[in-house]
Every structure is written in C-alpha cells, then in structure tokens.
Design a binder for this molecule. Structure first.
Ligand SMILES: Cc1ncc(C[n+]2csc(CCOP(=O)(O)OP(=O)(O)O)c2C)c(N)n1
Length: 676
C-alpha cells in the first residue's frame, strides 16, 4: 500500500494488519485462536477508531469507555489493538504471545496486561462483567455528577460470540440488564455461525435477537461485519438509544480471508498452518514477509485514535478539576471511592454485642454491621439473589438500584446467583464502588465460575453467605452446605471467614473491608449463636489473624489437648474445654475462623497458636473433614461431616451427627488418655 492510498484503502490495511498480527502470532505460538480476530477485525476497528474513548497513556482513567472482549479466546484481537493504538504493549510482546513470562497470555488477564478491563476466557463471564461495569457507571454518575458537566459518563462495549450467547450466565445477566434499562451497554455479537464442534446449527438454533428483544434490549442486525460504515451506523444508533441496552448482531465470517478455512471450525482454535497463512496473505494482497507486519501509516492511524482519546481525557481532567473545586467533600468521597481508602471514622458506629443480650445469628449481626457501615461508605453497594430478608443485606432507608433510582445502593439481583457474582466482579473491576453480594452458602455452587475469577483477578468483592451448615435445619440436605468451606479453602486467593459469634462478625467485616486484593467470603449462620463472654475469653479481634487462642488453661506449659473449631461449633469446643479444665486437663481452644488468614501468618505466630509439641488435637466443624488434617496432624482427630445432612430441626441434626459439647468432650478425653 502506498503512503498516499485512499482513506478506504488505509482502513482496509489497518484491518488486515490486525488480522495478520493474529494469524502470525498464533502461527508463531503454534497455539491459539486466529479465526475470531480475523472475522471481527473490521467491527473492532470501527469501534476502536470511531467510538471507543480511551487513553493509552492512562489506562486507568476512571471515565474511559470500557471494552470487554467476552470471547476471550480471541485475545489476539485485543492485544493487536492495544499495541497498535499505543498502549504499553510492544510488537515483541505480541511476538511472545502465549509464552512463559509474556504480557500476552492465552486469554486476556486483568492486572496482567495493560488495558485489559477484565479477565475473560470462561465464556459468558465477560458479558456479565460488562453488565456490572455498566451499572457501576450509572450508579457513580447518579451519585457524583450533580447538575454540572458529568465526571462519570461512559459507555461499556462488549464483543461476545456464540459461545457467550449459549452460556446461561449471559442470559441471566442480559435479563438483569434489560430490566435495569442499562442504556450505555452495547454488545457486538460476533454472529459467525461457527463454534468448536462445527456449525452452530448442531446445537444452537434459537433466534438470539428475538431473545434479546424479549429481554427488553434494543436489537439491530448488521448483515456484513466487514462493512465498516454499517457497523459504525449501528454503534451510533446504539449510543443514541439510552433507555435500553443494545445488542448488535453482526454477521461475520470466522477465519475471514482464509481460502480453505473461512467459515469452518478449523479456523477456530488452531494455527492456520504455514501453507494456509501464505494462501490467506496472497488472497488478501498482504505481503508474505515480514511476519508481524505493521505498516507505518497503519500505526499512525491507530495512534491518532489513541491521541483523540488522550485529548478527551485532558478535557475530562479539566471538568473533573472544576467539579472538585465546586464541592470538596464530594471530591473527597470520590477520591476515597476510587482509591479504596476507608475514610476516617468509618468504623465509628460498629456495634458491640454483650453476652447478656442473648444469642444472635451471625447473619443478623452482619445485617447490623452493614447498616452501621453504610452511612460512612457511600459507595458500599450490593444485595442478594432474592434472599435479602434471609441474608440480612438490606441497607435501611436508601433506595434500591433501579432505572428510576440509579443512585440506589440496594441491588435486587433476582434469582440469578451466577450472574450476580459475575456482575459483582464487573462492579469491582470498574472501580469506584465496593460491592457485596449474598445468597445461601450452598448456592455458591451457582456462583463458582465468578468466585474463581474474582480470586484470579484479585477483586475485593465481599460475599455474604448465610445458612452456613446443617444449622439450616428443616430445609434439609439440598440446602445444607457440607463441602463448600473446603472448596473455598482450596481456591487460591479466596479468603473465607466463619465467625463464631456476633462480635467476631463485626471483626470479620472489618477484615473484609480492609482486604484489597481478593474476594472475601463471610460464612454466616442462620441460627442464633451465644455471644462469647470476652471478659473471660480472648478478644474477638483475634479473628483478623485467622486463628487465635480463645481459651487456655495451660499457662506456661504446653497444652495437653487443643480443641480447634470454627463458627457455630466453637461453642461446643468451649463447653468441652471448661469441663476438661475443671478435671485438671490443660486444654486450649483455638478458634479457626479462617484457614487462609491463618496460613498467611508467620511461623512464629502459628506456633504460639498451635504449638508443634502438642499433638493431641481435635477439630470440630459441621462440614467435610477435608483439609483439617493439616491442622490436627496425624495424632489428631476431626469431628466432621463426611456425608450430606438431613431434614429436621437444627438442634436434632447437630445432636444426631455428634456436634455437641458432650461428643467433643468425650473425643478429647479419649485422646488425652492416649499416649502422645
Ligand atoms: C465456559 C466455557 N466453556 C467452554 C469453553 C471452551 N471454548 C472456547 S471457545 C469455544 C467455542 C466458542 O464458540 P464461539 O463463541 O462461536 O467462538 P468462535 O468459534 O466464533 O471463535 C469453547 C467451547 C470456554 N472457553 N468457556
């Protein structure tokens, strides 16, 4: 292409550059997905050069438009645009696609590669994240903008494929987005009729557009995904429609331009192969060499798009500065929200609970905590998957989050746990808000993909998970989690906390709010728990270290026995401890509220809690014993629940399955009488 080529030819050259960067990178890596970037390069080009507002020099600019590549297997599409428009991602980074230590992993990873808004690859998640991003934008705009020029006013764009559309989570999220009338959410659907097994006709024959219309979305079709002007017009119409989210079904062709692989599953997830790369370049009139070719005019064209974004950012900075001057307390709240700094006095109204006030379920204590925090933390927002009265997550005296009340802080997620967790991830990656979500603990099974991604991304989402054990009672084994604590504990970077009483619940919330680099799961009871007398036992603040010595009769000497428990079972350990102590046994109770927090303590602290010299240990937890061996060792025992629960009043189930002070006492006694 000559330097003075027509604007149309230049744009075609831009699109081909993106296509062949993907082709060459996948070929060099000998793995990856070339077909999707080849088919969507033109529509992504239209988005990046004519609509998306971004500043490659400051990828964290709060009011940038967000772009989510939900079809994360097409990662080379995103990497190509990040490189070409001027983000800190070099051609060498592209050449190192999918290699050890590279900035260009197989699927886009938030926090790893500059400009990647959220981690995608598990299909459907990015779509649902984008719904969270869009609702965060609307909430922050309604909360902060005021009457003058807006400081929060951006679009959220998504490219999603057939796989995203097949996954249920996108359906849940789309239903929520339609109800919420998220008018600044725009999804470009890569409608290429191909997935891995072959034609989508094999498994996916529904009318996606009709479905989205039924979700109350604004729906358009573009017949030719290579028609840049048609895509442009559709995006413009989608932006103009502010009352509904937009779906643009763009008919594209996977592997576009490849003589033998276009429109076949063969273009989906494997390199084209050297021969087909050559044939494709020839068919497109693209130079065979060098690979990774970026013509200078192409680079200049894309960098100009980045520069326009930088200018928009500069204008925003001016608006924002004037906005800060106009109302300094508002500006301070904005800063605190974006930096996640807890404002002075945030914990001033947190309750303390006295034993004489009677027992309280930890879910009820959590509800009081949320309401004590809410006035101090104006961007603490969240809700439940239709269980707010049971989860105790409602913030009193503030509106719910609806299209008519966009500053509302109480979310009705509906019975959509999967999307709720993914939307929460979107809220967190957007920034400026501190999200919490809630359901029954057993239904974290329905949230697991997003929980895992929150952990992988290091997102500070707080999960309020109530009805934490057989303590659920009459609802029976379907509603009684047994393996769920083990699953949380097995998940890297997931912090689980199972407080033993109301005061520990306060402390657990404090830990959660201070925890900045990963999700926290607060595992709470349905049933009342006695409030532990802190005049007799150690302070509840010990929870922050994961495990702490709650009671000890050993004095200087090592204990004869250590009883380790979490949550509702701590009361049984304490009662057994009192009996053992009265009999002259040097006993200790360790409250193990969080494996994860405890394992993060240094060895010296861990030794003070669980001295190696004491091998007689009994752990008690109304859940599978999986994982406890680590703390009790070979000489210890676990009173656990390695089977499902039962339907009966909670007290009966606890008794029948051996979760009683008596059983803990008997097992401990037997262990003490055994030689170490
Ligand atoms: C939850 C989940 N299930 C399965 C996969 C594996 N997978 C990756 S891409 C893909 C097919 C997606 O088809 P489509 O969205 O049409 O992509 P295209 O073939 O157009 O590139 C599958 C099944 C995945 N990434 N995520």
């Amino acid at each position: 292409m000559s330097p003075e080529a027509s604007p149309r030819a230049l744009e075609q050259s831009c699109i081909d550059t993106v296509r062949f960067l993907a082709v060459d990178a996948v070929q060099k890596a000998n793995s990856g997905h070339p077909g999707m970037p080849m088919g969507t390069a033109a529509m992504a080009h239209t988005l990046f050069t004519r609509h998306l507002r971004f500043d490659p020099g400051d990828p964290a600019w709060p009011d940038r438009d967000r772009f989510v590549l939900s079809a994360g297997h097409g990662s080379m599409l995103l990497y190509a645009f990040l490189h070409l428009t001027g983000y800190d991602l070099s051609l060498d980074d592209i050449r190192a696609f999918r290699q050890w230590g590279s900035k260009t992993p197989g699927h886009p990873e938030h926090g790893h590669t500059v400009g990647v808004e959220t981690t995608t690859g598990p299909l459907g998640q990015g779509f649902a994240n984008a719904v969270g991003i869009a609702v965060a934008e609307r909430f922050l705009g309604a909360t902060f903008n005021g009457d003058g020029p807006a400081v929060m006013d951006h679009f959220t764009y998504v490219i999603a494929g057939d796989g995203d559309m097949m996954e249920g989570v996108s359906g849940e999220a789309a239903s929520f987005a339609g109800h919420q009338k998220l008018g600044k959410l725009i999804v470009l659907y890569d409608d290429n009729h191909i997935s891995i097994d072959g034609s989508t006709d094999l498994a996916f024959t529904e009318d996606v557009c009709a479905r989205f219309s039924a979700y109350e979305w604004h729906v358009q079709r573009v017949a030719d995904g290579n028609d840049v002007d048609a895509v442009d017009a559709a995006i413009a119409a989608a932006k103009a429609e502010t009352g509904r989210p937009s779906l643009i079904a763009v008919r594209t062709h996977i592997g576009c331009g490849s003589p033998n692989k276009q429109d076949t599953a063969g273009a989906h997830g494997a390199p084209l192969g050297p021969d087909e790369v050559r044939l494709t370049k020839e068919a497109c009139g693209w130079p065979l060499e060098p690979a990774f070719l970026v013509p200078p005019q192409v680079k200049a064209f894309y960098e100009a798009a980045g520069a326009r974004g930088a200018a928009a950012h500069a204008a925003w900075r001016q608006r924002h500065a004037a906005w800060c001057v106009a109302d300094q307390s508002r500006a301070a709240a904005w800063d605190a929200a974006w930096t996640r700094v807890l404002p002075a006095g945030w914990d001033a109204d947190l309750p303390t609970f006295k034993p004489e006030d009677g027992g309280l379920a930890t879910r009820a204590a959590s509800g009081k905590v949320i309401n004590a925090l809410a006035p101090h933390l104006p961007t603490l927002i969240g809700g439940s998957a239709d269980l707010a009265p049971s989860n105790n997550t409602w913030i009193k005296d503030v509106p719910d989050q609806q299209a008519a009340t966009p500053a509302g802080r109480n979310f009705h997620f509906g019975v959509r746990e999967h999307a709720m967790a993914a939307i929460a991830n979107g809220l967190a990656v957007h920034g400026g808000v501190r999200p919490y979500v809630a359901t029954f603990f057993v239904f974290t099974d329905y949230m697991r993909p997003a929980l895992r991604l929150a952990a992988l991304m290091g997102l500070p989402v707080i999960h309020v998970l109530t009805h934490d054990s057989i303590g659920v009672g009459e609802d029976g084994p379907t509603h009684q989690p047994v393996e769920h604590l083990a699953i949380l504990r097995a998940t890297p970077n997931m912090t689980e906390l199972r407080p033993a009483d109301a005061n520990e619940t306060v402390e657990a919330w404090k830990v959660a709010l201070r925890h900045d680099d990963g999700p926290v799961a607060l595992v709470l009871t349905r049933q009342n728990l006695p409030t532990i007398d802190r005049a007799t036992y150690a302070p509840a603040s010990g929870v922050a270290r994961g495990a702490y010595v709650l009671a000890d009769t050993g004095g200087e000497a090592a204990p004869d026995i250590i009883l380790i428990a979490s949550g509702s079972e701590v009361q049984f350990a304490l009662a057994a401890h009192e009996r053992l102590s009265a009999e002259g046994v040097r006993s200790r109770v360790v409250n193990m509220a969080s494996f994860r927090l405890f394992e993060r303590q240094d060895a010296a602290y861990r030794e003070t809690v669980l001295p190696a010299a004491c091998k007689r240990r009994v752990a008690v937890e109304a859940a599978v014993s999986f994982g406890w061996q680590r703390w009790v060792g070979d000489g210890g025992e676990v009173i656990g629940l390695d089977h499902f629960g039962a339907s009966a009043p909670a007290g009966t189930i606890f008794e029948q399955f051996g979760f009683t002070a008596e059983n803990v006492y008997q097992r401990a006694k037997a262990l003490v009488s055994r030689r170490q």
